[in-house]
Design a protein around this ligand. Structure first.
Ligand code: GLY
Length: 369
């Protein structure tokens, strides 16, 4: 991974082994890079949610003007509703109607759900066409849009059907964050905090000084992307080190499932990290101060650090069918110390329960499932 600064845009190169390298372009005006990247294509399909109609109109105009391409729009539902097989199917039908060929380009403009879907559509069409991702949320910029994971949800769970499909470029235009509701910014900051604990403690210091993140958002986003770019460059298909990006995610995915996906991913990751920190203390020797630092920082940001004490049995069941589970073994990412994550298989049930005690509102009880 290397990086260079051109004008006020930051370029972070991702070099996935066995795949072509690409840039994550970050800064105000990154969107303006799109037309030049599309020159030479015949057709571009911009996949976007309803909420981003106005931004999509600007993008389409730029593609038709400076890009000189035939630009089409495909509108998807807002949020998780976009990541459905029927939505992917409708998008493929739209590509078929306009005669989309292997040389054409898909653009994913929106939050993580839109870029996940757009990437999946591009991965499937003619067995793979190019996609450029334009994430418009903090979560999308620091996580979902970088690294080539694409997918949709099915009844059995989130992201269970998907493909690794690296983008041609990722354009993170910070001006698109200006209208993002504070609750969405906080949800994205959960992944930023994760990056701080697993790899870049300076992120934690910046957020401790200003838990809203607002004053230093560009630096926080850039630092997080640098970590993600470095990790996915070395392990693009998650056969090893990439799993550290799942810190806090085993419990988080279970909470999301038990809550029928009504919780924001970042909120669930917040609770999941407090749990993972306590598990790390119990099984990997993490010091108490660093474990406590998780709860203090996440609470200061305004993210949840507790979940229902009576839900442990259903959470345990949900964790057993998570993607990270191998055979019958539960798999977690734990910290040995700040910035030193590793995988951990199958903690003793008593230790898991004890770790859950650190997030269980009202104490753990067998409760109703
Ligand atoms: N969101 C975790 C990863 O991209 O591997």
């Amino acid at each position: 991974m290397c990086a260079m600064k051109v004008s006020d845009l930051v370029r972070i190169q991702v070099t996935p082994s066995g795949d072509r390298a690409y840039d994550v372009v970050l800064g105000e005006g990154a969107l303006d890079e799109l037309p030049a990247l599309a020159v030479g294509r015949t057709r571009v399909m911009v996949v976007h949610p309803r909420a981003l109609r106005a931004t999509a109109a600007v993008v389409l105009a730029g593609l038709r003007g400076d890009g000189g391409v035939e630009a089409h729009a495909f509108e998807v539902p807002d949020g998780e509703e976009a990541k459905q097989l029927r939505v992917a199917g409708a998008c493929w039908d739209a590509l078929g109607r306009v005669g989309f060929t292997r040389d054409d380009l898909v653009v994913g403009l929106g939050g993580g759900t839109t870029t996940d879907l757009a990437g999946f559509v591009a991965a499937g069409w003619l067995r793979g066409v190019d996609v450029i991702q334009i994430p418009t949320t903090v979560l999308g910029m620091v996580d979902a849009a970088v690294g080539g994971k694409t997918g949709i949800d099915i009844a059995a769970g989130k992201n269970l059907v998907g493909a690794f499909h690296q983008p041609l470029a990722v354009l993170c235009d910070l001006s698109t964050l200006a209208s993002l509701p504070a609750v969405e910014v906080r949800a994205g900051l959960a992944e930023v905090v994760k990056t701080g604990f697993i790899a870049d403690p300076r992120i934690l210091e910046l957020l401790e000084a200003d838990p809203t993140g607002s004053a230093r958002l560009p630096e926080l986003v850039e630092r997080s992307i640098r970590v993600k770019a470095e990790v996915v460059s070395g392990d693009p298909r998650e056969s090893g080190r990439r799993e550290i990006l799942n810190y806090g995610h085993t419990l988080a995915h279970a909470i999301e499932k038990v809550e029928n996906f009504s919780w924001r991913h970042g909120a669930a990751v917040s609770v999941g990290m407090v749990f993972a920190a306590e598990l790390s203390r119990l099984v990997a020797g993490l010091d108490r101060a660093t474990a406590d630092r998780h709860r203090e920082l996440l609470r200061a940001i305004g993210l949840p650090v507790e979940y229902r004490g009576d839900r442990w049995p259903v959470l345990l069941d949900a964790m057993r069918v998570d993607k990270k589970t191998r055979g019958r073994r539960l798999r977690f990412v734990v910290l040995e110390e700040l910035g030193r994550p590793r995988g951990f298989d199958d903690p003793e049930p008593g230790l898991l329960l004890a770790a859950y005690g650190s997030v269980a509102a009202g104490g753990v009880s067998a409760g109703e499932n």
